[in-house]
Design a protein around this ligand. Sequence first.
Ligand code: NAG
Ligand code: NAG
Ligand code: NAG
Length: 299
Amino acid sequence: MSPKTSAHFATIHFTAWCFMLQLSRGPVQTQPGTTPNIRHIVVGRCFTYTTLINSSLSHDCEEIWRHFEEAVLHQPTCSVKVQHYDKMFDTMQEFWPCDRFLFWSKTRTLMHSYAAVFRHFWTLENTLVGFMFNELVWCGQEEESGFNFNSCPEWSACGDHPVFSLWRHASQKFAEMACGNITVLLNGSIADAFNRKSMFGSVELDSLNPQRVDHVNIKVVTNLEGPYIESCSRGSITDLIQILQSRGFRWTCTDSDQTLMALLCLQNQQFSYQACTNPLQPTTSLQTPDMGQCGFNGR
Ligand SMILES: *[C@@H]1O[C@H](CO)[C@@H](O)[C@H](O)[C@H]1NC(C)=O
Ligand SMILES: *[C@@H]1O[C@H](CO)[C@@H](O)[C@H](O)[C@H]1NC(C)=O
Ligand SMILES: *[C@@H]1O[C@H](CO)[C@@H](O)[C@H](O)[C@H]1NC(C)=O
């Protein structure tokens, strides 16, 4: 993958992670180094997860850490590939019930409220690996052993960035596991709501298995104040539908889903918008065409 592409990934999917930190610190160019106390945080989160969140899991947190360290520290800083994390992922297998998988792109805040209200939804952040590594930064050092706590390379300066490769691996696994009905939250207030360079568009979509997934339920949400750029029938989302269709997925697509709009109204505490004062307005929906009725099969 070219450095440019990986830089793009980073800004699309992980904005709230190291990048936000960077922005809020002003014009300093160097990236922050490995998160201090990373070992304690990672192992501690692992125990939190396996003790308090799902006590039926019996993962060995110290072993996971050892595999993590091996993956990151046994290769040059910018050559930590997806497969270097294979051993670590092998020790942290999880199985999730179907119909709960939630994917998203550029809708992070809304996704968090949605997943908080509808507790049955699972995002990558609810998985053990997502929980353990969320918002952390890490990298090795070129000449010495151990993590570099002073600075880590930018994503764009790295062929295979250790943080990026872990998330790519995690996203791929998450999508491969997805089954039943899955939900995809997309942002209709930006161009390229479905972006082939986003983690969803480049990794997750290709890893979804039409044999395991029943319906892909797409929900397109715009900001209350607009702009209204894309929808189920306009822009890049039609490309997504095309891809789903060609791979044999059944799908639905809903614009301005009522529940999501209500959440946006609550989040913004802005009840002056029409969508907030008039919550019963109908939403538009599309779905997989019925082949018989539409005559696609030539009958
Ligand atoms: C706990 O993990 C097991 C195995 O992965 C899974 O089947 C179960 O649904 C999980 N329970 C909760 C409450 O997440
Ligand atoms: C859509 O994306 C914009 C720009 O990233 C963001 O400010 C906005 O909150 C997003 N809207 C929703 C509904 O997630
Ligand atoms: C799956 O999605 C389809 C289409 O939205 C819906 O008709 C069906 O009831 C859903 N099934 C489950 C188990 O949620």
